[in-house]
Design a protein around this ligand. Structure first.
Ligand SMILES: *Cc1c(COP(=O)(O)O)cnc(C)c1O
Length: 354
């Protein structure tokens, strides 16, 4: 087996000693289901936003589903979502038997195009994704739309003026293994709207109710919550490390390769560092060059994964997403990378002949 530096994975969770201690304390406490640790994660979000209500859940997908349900989205309602996004969003819309209306994205941020949103009619709600850590322009949408902010890839970040997630009607988070803060799995809804949150809370569990209504089990366990709460204590360190790594890569980028807008912003909370190549063949060559150097990179969303392609809609209606899918590559940016690995990756980027 060669040096581990020669096969750097695209992503790895960072579990610190404090995390192990926190989880261990829960495991030995006699209570491992939804309990005190879940409540403390929820209070933590309310304190962070200094207002509102929150509900921890089993995943980001269940958070999206329940946020939309809390907004009253029902069978047949039209929900606008970006086509350049993971299928979790589509699934959440279908779980409500609502109708997804796909909108193209902007070429610089990869986030939902507010202009494109204005061109679709009869929209009951919009899911605006802060893609990979870039900020979606929710402000431009809220005058005429009800917006759920999908913060699964950018916990609070991207903006020095205010925390992401505060502009729309609700914000949803994911704590899946590849996200900035993880509990293995997990999700959360935050909102200023108490009745929305009451709907979410009501639906998450079914035990001990005075009247029956179909409800589900979307609970987070205290095992997961204690890991998440423990990781949030290092939030500043984690995000600063991601920013530091991004800066090394920005400095190393050869002329001709660019990057997703926002990656160079101070205070950005980046889930991914995404390079933009001039075309698909250079992108593929760049990916192979990195792999030959021992660095595993991924195409963040492939062409076939674009939601309009899953739904067999006309790709010509979504030119920006098609273009981004062909030209982008995501580099390792997680805090578990050592300085030596970051240097190795930076050198590998620098040595690419375009
Ligand atoms: C990960 C993710 C989700 C889904 O979260 P899960 O916890 O995996 O269900 C939804 N939206 C975005 C933008 C995501 O990145």
């Amino acid at each position: 087996m060669g040096s581990p530096d020669l096969n750097i994975p695209h992503n790895l969770p960072l579990i610190a000693t404090e995390d192990l201690e926190a989880v261990n304390a829960t495991l030995t406490s006699g209570w491992i289901a939804q309990g005190k640790a879940v409540s403390s994660l929820e209070s933590f979000f309310v304190e962070k936003y200094a207002q509102g209500f929150s509900c921890a859940l089993s995943s980001g997908t269940s958070a999206l589903f329940l946020a939309l349900k809390g907004l009253g989205i029902k069978t047949g309602d039209r929900v606008a979502i970006p086509t350049y996004a993971c299928s979790a969003i589509l699934n959440a819309v279908y779980m409500l038997q609502a109708k997804p209306v796909l909108v193209d994205v902007l070429p610089d941020t990869f986030c939902l195009d507010p202009q494109g949103l204005n061109e679709v009619q009869d929209i009951s709600a919009v899911v605006a994704v802060h893609t990979f850590g870039a900020k979606a322009d929710v402000q431009k949408m809220i005058d005429s739309h009800v917006v759920v902010e999908d913060c699964c890839q950018s916990v609070w970040g991207a903006d020095n003026e205010s925390l992401l997630g505060m502009v729309g009607s609700a914000a949803v988070f994911s704590f899946y293994a590849t996200k900035i803060i993880t509990g293995g799995q997990g999700g959360l809804v935050w909102s200023r709207d108490e009745s929305l949150l009451n709907t979410v809370k009501d639906y998450r569990q079914f035990d001990g109710r005075t009247f029956y209504e179909p409800r589900f089990n979307f609970q987070m366990s205290d095992i997961q919550a204690s890991l998440i709460v423990s990781q949030f204590k290092r939030f500043e360190t984690i995000t600063r490390r991601r920013q530091f790594i991004a800066r090394q890569y920005l400095d190393a980028l050869p002329i001709g390769l660019s990057f997703q807008k926002g990656a160079d912003k101070t205070g950005a909370v980046l889930q991914r560092f995404v390079v933009i190549a001039p075309n698909v063949s250079i992108r593929d060559r760049f990916q192979k060059h990195m792999l030959d150097g021992g660095v595993n990179c991924i195409v963040p969303i492939m062409r076939f994964e674009l939601l309009h392609n899953y739904l067999k809609l006309d790709p010509q209606q979504y030119p920006v997403a098609e273009n981004i899918a062909d030209r982008t590559l995501s580099l390792p940016i997680y805090p578990a990378l050592t300085d030596a690995q970051v240097k190795l990756i930076s050198n590998c980027i620098k040595n690419f002949k375009i």
